[in-house]
Design a protein around this ligand. Structure first.
Ligand SMILES: [Zn+2]
Length: 525
């Protein structure tokens, strides 16, 4: 997933945005031959205001490598069509890890994996939802379980259906006694980044209220039309959610709402969700590396999550960008240029369950965080990239503009200073590391979000290649410039940042705030 902080944040939180317009084996040093030394010397000029030749040189070499014949699209086809959907903790995820290792090896890039513990595994059983109303007894409705939702009792839950509208205080007051009921909550049709943002920000308060009042389950009206089902989760730390929840196909949910309205107090539903829950299990992030020749202990990370939901095959979210990361590594390696600093290419897992893999990486690399010079994340499909989200800061912007200068005609210049939860930069951001999240145009991302329709054919191959050039040049530029692009922020600076951007309100709503306050997550107070 990726949930960019949206313009609606201002409305939602009455908060003015400041600006919106481990233990791992160190790899052996690479063999350097006369040629690579010469090339290193040639690239000594860095990607800064005064010395821009390194980025220009890198861009001119990267472009034909990426835009010409390359293995990226075939890699993506194998990941999506042959391995398919890959939920963290499943055999498909293990195959995807092997795919990532093989991809880096074929690119000639050193690769290893780093293990972490996934607290819980989850698999949907045979979800069944039927409506028991006058005239329609036993009529089935199309529904899927919330990801990481609890199982119902084996016989299911049969209860009265109460329509709670969009879950405002007034809606709940009107709904009356919720005890033992199945709640039906409404959603607008989602078509924009702010809509998606609200799909994550609204449920926590509704769930808390439902649990407090003893409701039995929640049905969420699908936010996509034409019966499209998608895997949504409201559990953002890898834990099993507090109450059974299902997304009901929009048209079926609207029918249910009409039945409830026409037959007050007489509509019952039966929800059977035999979800399979297990764990904990070990999972792995895949890490490719090109070692820097001058400051190898300073690191730039280019990352994307490799895991996906499984109704579709995880092409837009996020197979295309996993393939992009491998391709960027291949192309940088193939230029024959060596960067001053080390570039790590990371395929995270556990992202869909609450950025668990990247959080684990941050924890196990705590001692290195002072020397991570930038974290670049791609996680929003294959729409055009007009710029990056800078994670609540502007100090990195001027340097970034210099780095991207060779692509001036592409217009990758509209960087935003928003900060958000929802993808793998989150824990790096909370540690004060400069982060850059590609601000893809939404294109067809949301229409296929976490749905059966998120398949290979949805990926814009041409745009994906262009985005790969942008990603590779950004990583190169941060790695090869003379000075660090931005400093690591102190806790005091981060306290100001989370307040100014409204990230504090996001963290409070989503349950991250206490961890941040105690130092369990983010830079210690
Ligand atoms: Zn994603």
């Amino acid at each position: 997933m990726r949930v960019p902080a949206a313009a609606t944040l201002v409305l939602l939180m009455s908060q003015v945005l400041v600006s919106m317009p481990r233990v791992q084996a160190q790899l052996a040093p690479p063999k350097t031959d006369a040629l690579s030394k010469l090339q290193a010397a040639q690239s000594a000029a860095a990607c800064s205001a005064t010395e821009s030749s390194s980025c220009a040189q890198a861009a001119s070499k990267l472009m034909p490598l990426i835009l010409g014949d390359s293995p990226m699209i075939e890699n993506l086809r194998r990941l999506t069509d042959e391995i398919g959907g890959r939920v963290t903790g499943t055999p498909e995820m293990a195959k995807a890890v092997q795919w990532g290792i093989a991809g880096f090896r074929a690119a000639g890039v050193d690769v290893h994996t780093e293990k972490y513990s996934l607290p819980v595994t989850w698999k949907e059983g045979a979800t069944r939802l039927t409506v028991l109303a006058p005239g329609t007894n036993g009529s089935p409705l199309r529904a899927v379980s919330e990801g990481w939702g609890p199982a119902t009792p084996p016989a299911g839950i049969e209860a009265n259906v109460i329509d709670i509208g969009t879950g405002t205080d007034a809606d709940f007051a009107r709904a009356g006694n919720l005890k033992g009921a199945i709640l039906l909550a409404h959603n607008e049709i989602g078509s924009s980044w702010p809509d998606l943002f609200n799909e994550y920000m609204r449920p926590p308060a509704i769930i808390a209220r439902a649990v407090k009042d003893g409701a039995a389950a929640i049905l969420w009206t699908g936010a996509r039309e034409r019966l499209l089902l998608y895997r949504h989760t409201n559990s953002l730390a890898g834990e099993i959610d507090k109450i059974p929840q299902a997304v009901v196909a929009r048209e079926d949910a609207l029918k249910l709402a009409r039945l409830v309205q026409a037959n007050p107090g007489k509509v019952r539903a039966k929800l059977v969700m035999p979800n399979e829950i297990g764990g904990p299990v070990e999972q792995e992030n895949v890490v490719g590396e090109i070692r820097g020749y001058e400051k190898p202990d300073e690191v730039v990370i280019l990352g994307a999550h490799l895991d996906s939901w499984e109704l579709g095959t995880g092409a837009l979210d996020n197979g295309c960008n996993a393939a992009l990361v491998i391709e960027a590594a291949r192309a940088i390696k193939a230029t024959g240029l060596l960067p001053k600093r080390t570039i790590r290419f990371i395929l995270f897992s556990g992202e869909e369950q609450g950025t668990i893999g990247s959080f684990a990486y941050v924890k196990s690399h705590a001692a290195e965080l002072d020397k991570i010079r930038g974290v670049i994340i791609f996680d929003s499909g294959s729409g055009r990239v007009p710029g990056y989200s800078l994670g609540g800061r502007r100090d990195t912007e001027a340097g970034l503009q210099q780095i991207l200068k060779p692509l001036a005609s592409w217009g990758v210049t509209e960087h935003t200073a928003d900060a958000s939860f929802g993808t793998d930069n989150f824990d790096f951001l909370l540690e004060g590391v400069p982060t850059f999240v590609a601000n893809n145009e939404i294109a067809n991302y949301l229409a296929n979000y976490h749905a059966a329709s998120d398949t290979f054919d949805k990926v814009d191959q041409r745009e994906l290649k262009l985005n790969t050039v942008i990603a590779a040049l950004t990583a190169w530029g941060i790695a090869d410039r003379a000075e660090p692009l931005g400093k690591r922020l102190s806790r005091a600076e981060l306290d100001a940042l989370v307040k100014d951007t409204g990230l504090d309100q996001q963290m409070k709503l989503l349950g991250y705030w206490e961890q941040w306050q105690t130092g369990a997550r983010g830079r210690k107070p």
